[in-house]
Design a binder for this molecule. Structure first.
Ligand code: LCS
Length: 409
């Protein structure tokens, strides 16, 4: 796209980073499926490694298809630079590896995606990094957790799976006034619904496995930087630790992004209708969805999100036994982890995505044993609704709650 003026986000999904190919004019970015790049002569090779020639050298260090994807996502987020990674967890651990270390501290949302917490508590702790997990939807809890050695405030908003919403502006103020940086995992919203840089974030993280790609066929991640200042040190860590993306994977995400805006809007429309119907169902104990006035941060969601999104968490009156019957009875909604794709997925965080946290941490983070998480897709609304409501018909007889999650998902 020859950019003459600022374009809208729907246009950017289709064109940002995606210039027609210079060789033949193909409108789809070519997949440079090459591990290495030939130099014309020894001097050119030396200049590339010396940094005076910006050409490509080796795909772990940079690749044209990957660069197109990085430009696309940086544009969508309103950031200056981006680094694509092999998974969302690779993006997250690269950030921890870059900014934490012996005696350094991170304050994090307690109900983050399970492995984000586990990697800090079990892996980074082995190297002397400290972490404190708090309910960051309570801004005072972040303030209380800050220490002189805090380098990172890490928030996931809305959080997975409790959909708690953290005030990004407030979190940024606290982080900055204590010399720390604010990192926001924007996976649940995508840049279509939330732009953390507009509220003071320094770095945005994505599991591109989710909404950005959206087709359930790729695992990938992205780190986006508001400005260039934190980019070089992070890039060094990423390329040396080796968590970079493969060009074919990068191309699949680029293709997915072309329809990001349409997918998010359809899935969100379905979710709004579903949340308002679910909340009235007699078998349902509660529904957590940012679009419902009953959501504790409903007003904040309207301030910092452009829409309530496509993730719904709910609990049935008869707890996990009823949830299990529901999950075993659906036919169109698929029982699977992951989220943000065109297909509606249903899963049980306590025994699947958040099993690794252990019962005590789950309880502290509000992840109840009966919580069922729905990632609403783009199927016909009536089909999703009827599938779920037919399955809810089977949830009748009350049974005691005796769930003890042990599997790792
Ligand atoms: N951040 C969030 C908010 C996530 O939900 C996930 C994965 C990740 C990061 C990690 O991304 P990955 O490495 O898998 O690309 N969330 C998953 C979930 O809720 N179910 O399965 C994976």
């Amino acid at each position: 796209m020859k950019k003459t003026k600022k374009t809208g986000i729907d246009t950017d999904c289709i064109h940002a980073g995606q210039e027609p190919d210079k060789l033949f004019g193909g409108i789809s970015v070519p997949i440079y499926q090459s591990s290495t790049f030939a130099f014309e002569n020894a001097a050119q090779g030396a200049a590339r490694f010396g940094g005076t020639d910006p050409g490509y050298k080796y795909t772990r260090l940079g690749n044209p298809t990957t660069a197109a994807l990085e430009e696309a996502v940086a544009t969508l987020e309103g950031g200056e630079k981006a680094l694509a990674t092999s998974s969302g967890m690779s993006a997250i651990s690269t950030i921890f590896m870059t900014f934490l270390g012996q005696g350094l501290h991170v304050v994090s949302t307690d109900s983050v995606y399970g492995p984000t917490r586990t990697v800090l508590e079990k892996e980074f702790a082995r190297f002397g990094a400290e972490s404190t997990f708090v309910d960051t939807s309570d801004i005072n809890a972040i303030k209380r957790a800050i220490k002189p050695n805090t380098k990172l405030v890490y928030i996931e908003t809305p959080s997975n799976p409790t959909l708690a919403i953290t005030d990004i502006s407030q979190a940024a103020k606290i982080a900055h006034s204590n010399g720390a940086i604010l990192v926001v995992d924007n996976t649940f919203c995508s840049p279509i619904l939330q732009k953390p840089f507009d509220f003071g974030a320094d770095i945005v993280i994505h599991s591109m496995t989710k909404f950005l790609n959206g087709h359930g066929d790729v695992v990938a991640g992205m780190i986006v930087f508001k400005d260039g200042s934190l980019f070089p040190q992070t890039k060094n860590v990423l390329v040396q630790m080796g968590g970079t993306i493969d060009p074919h994977q990068a191309w699949l995400v680029l293709r997915g992004i072309k329809t990001l805006s349409m997918r998010v809007k359809v899935a969100q429309e379905n979710s709004i209708k579903l949340a308002f119907e679910l909340v009235k169902h007699p078998a349902v104990a509660w529904v957590k969805y940012p679009g419902l006035p009953s959501h504790p941060q409903h007003d904040l969601s309207k301030k910092q999100m452009k829409g309530p999104g496509a993730m719904i968490s709910f609990e049935l009156k008869n707890g996990i036994d009823a949830g299990r019957t529901l999950m075993d009875s659906v036919k169109i909604c698929t029982l699977a982890v992951s989220l943000g794709g065109v297909e509606t997925l249903i899963q049980h965080p306590a025994s699947m995505t958040h099993a690794s946290l252990g019962a005590a941490n789950r309880k502290l983070s509000g992840i109840t044993d009966g919580l069922v998480r729905l990632s609403v897709g783009c199927e016909d609304y009536e089909d999703i609704r009827n599938d779920l409501f037919d399955a809810l018909e089977k949830v009748t007889s009350p049974k005691p709650q005796n769930m003890e999650a042990s599997q790792v998902g």
